[in-house]
Structures are given as structure tokens and as C-alpha cells.
Unconditional design. Structure first.
Length: 213
């Protein structure tokens, strides 16, 4: 088995994409709106986990610039290096959320924008449950996914071969509520990344809260 075979599939894809990913998704108004929701709702100086932090922009930078304490984790060494250089106000670590321990109630909020799609359905359910436990009671969770009924489907993403697993919007809502979160709002939209090999994608942005009890 080669070193590339042993790495998380997302690491291979996003190492190759680098800054292309940031440029392709920079114009996403729903992503910016989701970040605005967090900024409006979070108390000053909140501790926020950004899962699949990519280049650090816009998520970690937006939150850090607003005075929040941000920890970004990503499986891509290229992305972690870019983020550390470009967003010095946040902390970034090379880590796989599937196996990274998270202390109970250790964050005020968690974001995971499109970072679940190369995991199996069982892994996605386990990760969302882990994120729900990692936020304090009353804490916030912002998630984004591509709501399609697909499992281990082959495809191309911005010219890179990928295998994608996802849920319908209704099934993803159930996954989130089964994790002990209350869905507060959601937005469904279609977005075309700014890249010559991109195609229109359905996007689901979902905002939730952990119960206070």
C-alpha cells in the first residue's frame, strides 16, 4: 500500500486543490450568511471548532477577526499550512475528526462546512454525534452538505476524482436531531463553484443548538 493509499481520501483531493477551493467557493452567499448567523448569536470571545478548515477563509478568518478563539482541523497538510500562514489569528492542526478526541462541552460552537462528504454514512452520523457532545449545552452547530441520496458514488470535483456519500436533506435533518441537536434554521440553494470543471451543486446549510439539559 502506498502512502497516498493510507491517507484520508479528502487529504489527497484537497492537497491537490489548495487555493483553488477557496477561490471556487468565495462567492457563496449562504456560507457568508451562515457565518453572519454565528457572529450574531455567539457571545464575545467564544471558543469555536472549525472542522475541515481548509485555507482558513472565510470561516476561521471571519470568526477570528470578530474576536472568537478558533481551532481549525483538517486532514490536508497543504490546507493546514495555507491556513496557518493566512489566518494567524486562529490555531490550526492536522487532524482527522473521525479519530480525534473531543472533550465533552469544550466548545461554544462547531462548524463543519462540506467536510463530511467523503466519509461513510456511519462515519458521518458518528462525527455529528461527536460534534454535538463537544459543544456545551446551549451551544451552536453549523453544518453544510450536498443533500443527495448517494453512497460511495464516483465522480469528479473540480477535476479531482472523488467518492462521495451523502443523505437527502430530510435524512440529514434526522441525523442531526438523532445526535441530540435541535434544528433552528436551514437554507437550501444551488451553487456553481467558480472553476472551469465545476457543475451546479445543491447545498444545504443547517443551524442547530445543543439542548440545555
Amino acid at each position: 500500500m502506498t502512502e497516498e493509499d493510507r491517507r484520508a481520501p479528502a487529504a489527497v483531493v484537497f492537497d491537490a486543490l489548495g487555493l483553488q477551493y477557496e477561490r471556487a467557493f468565495a462567492a457563496s452567499a449562504p456560507h457568508r450568511a451562515s457565518l453572519a448567523w454565528l457572529l450574531e448569536t455567539l457571545a464575545p470571545g467564544s471558543r469555536v471548532l472549525d472542522v475541515g478548515s481548509g485555507t482558513g477563509r472565510p470561516t476561521a478568518q471571519t470568526l477570528a477577526d470578530a474576536g472568537h478563539r478558533v481551532l481549525g482541523i483538517d486532514v490536508s497538510p497543504v490546507m493546514v499550512g495555507l491556513a496557518a500562514r493566512r489566518v494567524p489569528g486562529a490555531e490550526f492542526r492536522l487532524a482527522d475528526i473521525r479519530v480525534t478526541p473531543l472533550a465533552e462541552a469544550s466548545f461554544d460552537a462547531v462548524c463543519a462546512y462540506f467536510s463530511l462528504l467523503q466519509m461513510s454514512r456511519a462515519e458521518q452520523a458518528a462525527v455529528v454525534a461527536k460534534l454535538a457532545r463537544a459543544v456545551r449545552p446551549g451551544g451552536l452547530v453549523a453544518l453544510a452538505t450536498v443533500p443527495l441520496d448517494v453512497e460511495d458514488a464516483e465522480g469528479l470535483f473540480m477535476g479531482q476524482p472523488v467518492r462521495v456519500t451523502s443523505f437527502t436533506a430530510e435524512a440529514f435533518d434526522r441525523l442531526v436531531t438523532d445526535a441530540g441537536l435541535t434544528v433552528l434554521s436551514e437554507e437550501r440553494t444551488v451553487f456553481t463553484p467558480d472553476h472551469p470543471d465545476a457543475v451546479p451543486e445543491p447545498h444545504l446549510f443547517l443551524h442547530a443548538r445543543r439542548g440545555a439539559g
